[in-house]
Write a protein that binds this ligand. Structure first.
Ligand code: SF4
Length: 325
Protein backbone atom coordinates (compact mmCIF):
# COMPACT_ATOMS: atom_id res chain seq x y z
CA UNK A 1 0.00 0.00 0.00
CA UNK A 2 1.30 3.48 -0.87
CA UNK A 3 2.35 5.80 1.92
CA UNK A 4 -0.02 8.47 3.00
CA UNK A 5 0.80 11.92 1.66
CA UNK A 6 0.12 14.18 4.65
CA UNK A 7 -1.44 16.78 2.35
CA UNK A 8 -3.72 14.45 0.46
CA UNK A 9 -7.13 13.30 1.49
CA UNK A 10 -7.71 9.92 0.01
CA UNK A 11 -10.19 7.08 -0.12
CA UNK A 12 -9.20 3.43 0.01
CA UNK A 13 -11.97 1.52 -1.72
CA UNK A 14 -12.06 -2.13 -0.72
CA UNK A 15 -12.63 -4.90 -3.26
CA UNK A 16 -14.43 -7.20 -3.27
CA UNK A 17 -17.40 -5.39 -1.78
CA UNK A 18 -21.13 -5.35 -2.40
CA UNK A 19 -23.26 -8.02 -4.03
CA UNK A 20 -22.25 -11.63 -3.58
CA UNK A 21 -23.45 -14.40 -5.88
CA UNK A 22 -26.29 -15.41 -3.53
CA UNK A 23 -27.69 -11.89 -3.22
CA UNK A 24 -27.38 -11.22 -6.93
CA UNK A 25 -29.33 -14.40 -7.65
CA UNK A 26 -32.03 -13.62 -5.07
CA UNK A 27 -32.66 -10.11 -6.39
CA UNK A 28 -32.73 -11.26 -10.02
CA UNK A 29 -35.16 -13.99 -8.95
CA UNK A 30 -37.66 -11.40 -7.70
CA UNK A 31 -37.17 -9.18 -10.75
CA UNK A 32 -37.66 -12.06 -13.19
CA UNK A 33 -40.65 -13.36 -11.24
CA UNK A 34 -42.28 -9.92 -11.48
CA UNK A 35 -41.58 -9.87 -15.22
CA UNK A 36 -42.90 -13.38 -15.73
CA UNK A 37 -45.93 -13.61 -13.43
CA UNK A 38 -46.72 -9.91 -13.09
CA UNK A 39 -47.25 -8.00 -9.83
CA UNK A 40 -47.84 -8.72 -7.10
CA UNK A 41 -45.29 -11.34 -6.22
CA UNK A 42 -45.03 -12.18 -2.54
CA UNK A 43 -41.66 -12.47 -0.82
CA UNK A 44 -41.34 -14.04 2.61
CA UNK A 45 -39.10 -11.73 4.64
CA UNK A 46 -36.71 -9.22 3.12
CA UNK A 47 -35.24 -10.94 0.06
CA UNK A 48 -31.84 -9.64 1.22
CA UNK A 49 -31.06 -7.39 4.19
CA UNK A 50 -30.88 -4.05 2.39
CA UNK A 51 -33.41 -1.27 2.69
CA UNK A 52 -32.74 0.23 -0.75
CA UNK A 53 -33.12 -3.13 -2.50
CA UNK A 54 -36.32 -3.97 -0.63
CA UNK A 55 -37.84 -0.52 -1.29
CA UNK A 56 -36.95 -0.73 -5.01
CA UNK A 57 -38.54 -4.16 -5.38
CA UNK A 58 -41.59 -3.04 -3.38
CA UNK A 59 -42.11 -0.22 -5.89
CA UNK A 60 -42.02 -2.80 -8.70
CA UNK A 61 -44.79 -4.85 -7.10
CA UNK A 62 -43.13 -7.18 -4.60
CA UNK A 63 -45.08 -7.59 -1.36
CA UNK A 64 -42.96 -8.54 1.62
CA UNK A 65 -44.64 -10.67 4.27
CA UNK A 66 -43.51 -12.20 7.53
CA UNK A 67 -45.26 -15.54 7.20
CA UNK A 68 -46.74 -17.78 4.53
CA UNK A 69 -50.27 -17.45 5.98
CA UNK A 70 -50.25 -13.78 4.90
CA UNK A 71 -50.01 -14.84 1.25
CA UNK A 72 -53.35 -15.38 -0.57
CA UNK A 73 -54.06 -19.03 -1.38
CA UNK A 74 -52.58 -20.11 -4.69
CA UNK A 75 -50.33 -17.05 -5.06
CA UNK A 76 -46.60 -17.09 -5.78
CA UNK A 77 -44.19 -16.66 -2.88
CA UNK A 78 -40.42 -16.35 -3.01
CA UNK A 79 -38.27 -17.47 -0.08
CA UNK A 80 -35.39 -15.16 0.76
CA UNK A 81 -31.65 -15.79 0.36
CA UNK A 82 -31.33 -16.55 4.09
CA UNK A 83 -33.16 -19.86 3.81
CA UNK A 84 -36.25 -21.29 5.49
CA UNK A 85 -37.01 -24.17 7.82
CA UNK A 86 -38.87 -27.18 6.36
CA UNK A 87 -41.99 -26.16 8.29
CA UNK A 88 -42.25 -23.05 6.09
CA UNK A 89 -42.38 -25.22 2.98
CA UNK A 90 -45.16 -27.21 4.70
CA UNK A 91 -47.11 -24.03 5.50
CA UNK A 92 -46.80 -22.91 1.88
CA UNK A 93 -48.02 -26.31 0.64
CA UNK A 94 -51.04 -26.12 2.98
CA UNK A 95 -52.04 -22.85 1.30
CA UNK A 96 -51.33 -24.25 -2.20
CA UNK A 97 -48.75 -21.54 -2.75
CA UNK A 98 -46.44 -21.64 -5.71
CA UNK A 99 -42.99 -21.37 -4.15
CA UNK A 100 -39.71 -20.17 -5.57
CA UNK A 101 -36.82 -20.83 -3.25
CA UNK A 102 -34.11 -18.16 -3.54
CA UNK A 103 -32.13 -19.58 -0.61
CA UNK A 104 -28.44 -19.08 -1.33
CA UNK A 105 -26.89 -22.41 -2.32
CA UNK A 106 -24.21 -21.82 0.32
CA UNK A 107 -26.90 -21.64 3.00
CA UNK A 108 -28.51 -24.78 1.56
CA UNK A 109 -25.13 -26.47 1.96
CA UNK A 110 -25.25 -25.77 5.72
CA UNK A 111 -28.86 -27.05 5.89
CA UNK A 112 -27.75 -30.29 4.25
CA UNK A 113 -24.86 -30.66 6.68
CA UNK A 114 -27.29 -30.20 9.59
CA UNK A 115 -29.64 -32.86 8.20
CA UNK A 116 -26.80 -35.30 7.61
CA UNK A 117 -25.26 -34.91 11.08
CA UNK A 118 -28.70 -35.14 12.69
CA UNK A 119 -29.38 -38.37 10.80
CA UNK A 120 -26.12 -39.69 12.20
CA UNK A 121 -27.40 -38.67 15.66
CA UNK A 122 -24.76 -36.01 16.33
CA UNK A 123 -25.31 -33.06 18.63
CA UNK A 124 -24.81 -30.01 16.43
CA UNK A 125 -23.48 -26.77 17.91
CA UNK A 126 -24.57 -24.02 15.54
CA UNK A 127 -22.45 -20.88 15.94
CA UNK A 128 -24.58 -17.90 14.98
CA UNK A 129 -26.63 -14.96 16.12
CA UNK A 130 -29.83 -15.64 18.00
CA UNK A 131 -32.90 -14.57 16.05
CA UNK A 132 -31.15 -14.21 12.67
CA UNK A 133 -33.30 -15.62 9.87
CA UNK A 134 -30.56 -17.91 8.60
CA UNK A 135 -30.06 -19.42 12.06
CA UNK A 136 -33.81 -19.97 12.45
CA UNK A 137 -33.93 -21.70 9.05
CA UNK A 138 -30.94 -23.96 9.72
CA UNK A 139 -32.15 -24.84 13.23
CA UNK A 140 -35.52 -25.81 11.75
CA UNK A 141 -33.85 -28.63 9.79
CA UNK A 142 -33.03 -30.54 12.98
CA UNK A 143 -34.36 -28.71 16.04
CA UNK A 144 -33.83 -31.69 18.37
CA UNK A 145 -30.15 -31.93 17.49
CA UNK A 146 -29.09 -28.28 17.21
CA UNK A 147 -27.96 -25.98 20.01
CA UNK A 148 -27.27 -22.36 19.17
CA UNK A 149 -23.95 -20.96 20.40
CA UNK A 150 -23.99 -17.18 20.11
CA UNK A 151 -20.32 -16.53 20.89
CA UNK A 152 -17.82 -17.70 23.55
CA UNK A 153 -20.07 -16.36 26.34
CA UNK A 154 -22.54 -19.19 25.64
CA UNK A 155 -19.95 -21.98 25.86
CA UNK A 156 -20.02 -22.57 29.65
CA UNK A 157 -23.73 -23.45 29.53
CA UNK A 158 -23.62 -25.66 26.40
CA UNK A 159 -24.46 -29.28 27.11
CA UNK A 160 -24.34 -32.30 24.79
CA UNK A 161 -25.53 -35.88 25.16
CA UNK A 162 -22.26 -37.52 24.08
CA UNK A 163 -19.07 -35.38 23.96
CA UNK A 164 -17.53 -37.85 21.49
CA UNK A 165 -20.30 -37.21 18.95
CA UNK A 166 -20.55 -33.49 18.53
CA UNK A 167 -19.92 -31.23 15.54
CA UNK A 168 -19.99 -27.46 15.02
CA UNK A 169 -21.57 -25.66 12.09
CA UNK A 170 -21.98 -21.92 11.60
CA UNK A 171 -23.99 -19.11 10.11
CA UNK A 172 -22.49 -18.05 6.77
CA UNK A 173 -21.99 -14.37 7.62
CA UNK A 174 -20.03 -14.36 10.87
CA UNK A 175 -16.73 -12.70 11.62
CA UNK A 176 -14.19 -15.42 10.81
CA UNK A 177 -12.01 -14.50 13.81
CA UNK A 178 -14.90 -14.40 16.25
CA UNK A 179 -16.27 -17.72 15.02
CA UNK A 180 -12.83 -19.29 15.45
CA UNK A 181 -12.66 -17.89 19.01
CA UNK A 182 -15.97 -19.62 19.73
CA UNK A 183 -14.74 -22.85 18.16
CA UNK A 184 -11.58 -22.62 20.31
CA UNK A 185 -13.64 -22.27 23.48
CA UNK A 186 -15.89 -25.15 22.43
CA UNK A 187 -12.88 -27.37 21.70
CA UNK A 188 -11.54 -26.75 25.18
CA UNK A 189 -14.81 -27.97 26.60
CA UNK A 190 -15.35 -30.77 24.06
CA UNK A 191 -11.91 -31.94 22.83
CA UNK A 192 -13.50 -34.41 20.37
CA UNK A 193 -15.59 -31.68 18.72
CA UNK A 194 -15.67 -32.24 14.95
CA UNK A 195 -15.49 -29.53 12.30
CA UNK A 196 -17.72 -29.23 9.23
CA UNK A 197 -16.30 -30.77 6.04
CA UNK A 198 -15.74 -27.28 4.57
CA UNK A 199 -16.07 -23.65 5.67
CA UNK A 200 -19.61 -22.59 6.50
CA UNK A 201 -18.65 -18.90 6.59
CA UNK A 202 -19.05 -18.20 2.90
CA UNK A 203 -16.45 -17.00 0.41
CA UNK A 204 -18.11 -13.57 0.09
CA UNK A 205 -18.13 -12.92 3.83
CA UNK A 206 -14.50 -14.00 4.09
CA UNK A 207 -13.33 -11.96 1.08
CA UNK A 208 -15.04 -8.76 2.26
CA UNK A 209 -13.53 -9.18 5.72
CA UNK A 210 -10.06 -9.81 4.27
CA UNK A 211 -10.30 -6.68 2.12
CA UNK A 212 -11.45 -4.46 4.99
CA UNK A 213 -8.68 -5.83 7.22
CA UNK A 214 -6.10 -4.94 4.60
CA UNK A 215 -7.19 -1.29 4.38
CA UNK A 216 -7.95 -0.86 8.09
CA UNK A 217 -4.44 -0.13 9.34
CA UNK A 218 -4.14 2.81 6.92
CA UNK A 219 -7.64 4.16 7.49
CA UNK A 220 -8.48 6.86 10.02
CA UNK A 221 -12.11 6.10 9.33
CA UNK A 222 -13.94 3.25 7.60
CA UNK A 223 -17.40 3.77 6.19
CA UNK A 224 -19.28 0.51 5.64
CA UNK A 225 -22.32 0.81 3.40
CA UNK A 226 -25.01 -1.59 4.56
CA UNK A 227 -28.21 -1.93 6.55
CA UNK A 228 -28.25 -2.42 10.30
CA UNK A 229 -29.99 -5.79 10.01
CA UNK A 230 -27.32 -7.07 7.61
CA UNK A 231 -25.13 -9.43 9.61
CA UNK A 232 -22.21 -9.40 7.19
CA UNK A 233 -22.25 -5.58 7.00
CA UNK A 234 -22.21 -5.20 10.79
CA UNK A 235 -19.31 -7.65 10.92
CA UNK A 236 -17.32 -5.46 8.48
CA UNK A 237 -17.53 -2.56 10.94
CA UNK A 238 -16.27 -4.77 13.76
CA UNK A 239 -13.51 -6.37 11.68
CA UNK A 240 -12.31 -2.95 10.48
CA UNK A 241 -12.06 -1.65 14.04
CA UNK A 242 -10.30 -4.79 15.27
CA UNK A 243 -7.79 -4.49 12.42
CA UNK A 244 -6.80 -0.97 13.41
CA UNK A 245 -9.14 1.56 11.79
CA UNK A 246 -9.43 4.76 13.80
CA UNK A 247 -13.21 4.66 13.63
CA UNK A 248 -15.85 2.82 11.63
CA UNK A 249 -19.52 3.49 10.91
CA UNK A 250 -22.32 1.67 9.14
CA UNK A 251 -24.52 3.77 6.84
CA UNK A 252 -27.41 2.88 4.55
CA UNK A 253 -26.28 5.67 2.22
CA UNK A 254 -24.48 8.99 1.92
CA UNK A 255 -27.26 10.87 3.70
CA UNK A 256 -26.34 9.12 6.95
CA UNK A 257 -22.71 10.30 6.98
CA UNK A 258 -21.94 12.82 9.70
CA UNK A 259 -19.42 15.43 8.45
CA UNK A 260 -17.98 15.53 12.00
CA UNK A 261 -16.59 12.03 11.36
CA UNK A 262 -14.09 13.58 8.94
CA UNK A 263 -12.45 15.82 11.54
CA UNK A 264 -8.70 15.22 11.43
CA UNK A 265 -9.17 12.36 8.95
CA UNK A 266 -6.78 11.94 6.00
CA UNK A 267 -7.68 8.45 4.80
CA UNK A 268 -11.19 7.04 4.58
CA UNK A 269 -11.72 3.36 3.87
CA UNK A 270 -14.95 2.45 2.09
CA UNK A 271 -16.55 -0.94 1.68
CA UNK A 272 -20.04 -2.42 1.51
CA UNK A 273 -21.88 -5.52 2.66
CA UNK A 274 -22.85 -8.41 0.42
CA UNK A 275 -26.42 -7.12 -0.01
CA UNK A 276 -25.51 -3.58 -1.06
CA UNK A 277 -25.95 -2.28 -4.63
CA UNK A 278 -23.00 -0.33 -6.00
CA UNK A 279 -25.15 2.75 -6.60
CA UNK A 280 -25.12 3.34 -2.81
CA UNK A 281 -21.32 3.14 -2.71
CA UNK A 282 -21.16 5.58 -5.64
CA UNK A 283 -23.29 7.98 -3.58
CA UNK A 284 -20.86 7.73 -0.66
CA UNK A 285 -17.87 8.32 -2.95
CA UNK A 286 -19.58 11.38 -4.44
CA UNK A 287 -20.30 12.71 -0.98
CA UNK A 288 -16.68 12.18 0.05
CA UNK A 289 -15.42 13.86 -3.13
CA UNK A 290 -17.60 16.83 -2.27
CA UNK A 291 -15.81 17.00 1.07
CA UNK A 292 -12.30 16.93 -0.41
CA UNK A 293 -11.79 13.18 -0.61
CA UNK A 294 -11.59 12.77 -4.38
CA UNK A 295 -8.44 10.64 -4.62
CA UNK A 296 -9.92 7.13 -4.75
CA UNK A 297 -7.56 4.17 -4.73
CA UNK A 298 -8.97 0.68 -5.14
CA UNK A 299 -7.48 -2.02 -2.95
CA UNK A 300 -8.28 -5.48 -4.33
CA UNK A 301 -7.82 -8.35 -1.90
CA UNK A 302 -9.00 -10.99 -4.35
CA UNK A 303 -11.11 -11.41 -7.50
CA UNK A 304 -14.52 -13.07 -7.38
CA UNK A 305 -16.05 -14.95 -10.29
CA UNK A 306 -18.68 -17.20 -8.66
CA UNK A 307 -22.24 -17.01 -9.99
CA UNK A 308 -25.31 -19.15 -9.26
CA UNK A 309 -28.04 -20.15 -11.68
CA UNK A 310 -31.59 -19.03 -10.89
CA UNK A 311 -33.89 -21.32 -8.84
CA UNK A 312 -34.97 -24.25 -10.96
CA UNK A 313 -38.73 -23.56 -10.47
CA UNK A 314 -38.23 -20.13 -12.05
CA UNK A 315 -35.98 -21.39 -14.85
CA UNK A 316 -38.58 -24.01 -15.74
CA UNK A 317 -41.37 -21.42 -15.97
CA UNK A 318 -39.17 -19.02 -17.93
CA UNK A 319 -38.30 -21.77 -20.38
CA UNK A 320 -41.98 -22.67 -20.78
CA UNK A 321 -42.68 -19.00 -21.57
CA UNK A 322 -39.93 -18.97 -24.20
CA UNK A 323 -37.64 -16.78 -22.07
CA UNK A 324 -33.94 -17.28 -21.55
CA UNK A 325 -33.00 -17.89 -17.88
S1 SF4 B 1 -23.36 -13.73 1.97
FE1 SF4 B 1 -22.64 -15.75 1.35
S2 SF4 B 1 -24.20 -17.18 2.09
FE2 SF4 B 1 -25.11 -15.11 2.12
S3 SF4 B 1 -26.14 -14.92 0.16
FE3 SF4 B 1 -24.06 -14.12 -0.11
S4 SF4 B 1 -22.85 -15.88 -0.91
FE4 SF4 B 1 -24.75 -16.67 -0.01
Amino acid sequence: MTEADPHTRRVLLAAPRGYCAGVDRAIITVEKALDLYGAPVYVRHEIVHNKYVVDTLRKRGAIFVDEAYEVPEGATVIFSAHGVAPVVHDQAAERSLKTIDATCPLVTKVHKEAVRYAEEDYDILLIGHEGHEEVIGTTGEAPDHITLVDGPKDVPTVEVRDPSKVVWLSQTTLSVDEAMATVGALKEKFPLLQSPPSDDICYATQNRQTAVKQIAADADLIIVVGSKNSSNSVRLVEVGLEAGAGASYLVDGADEIDPAWLEGVRTVGVTSGASVPEVLVDGVLEWLAGHGFDDVRIHTATEETLTFSLPQELRRDMKAAGLKA
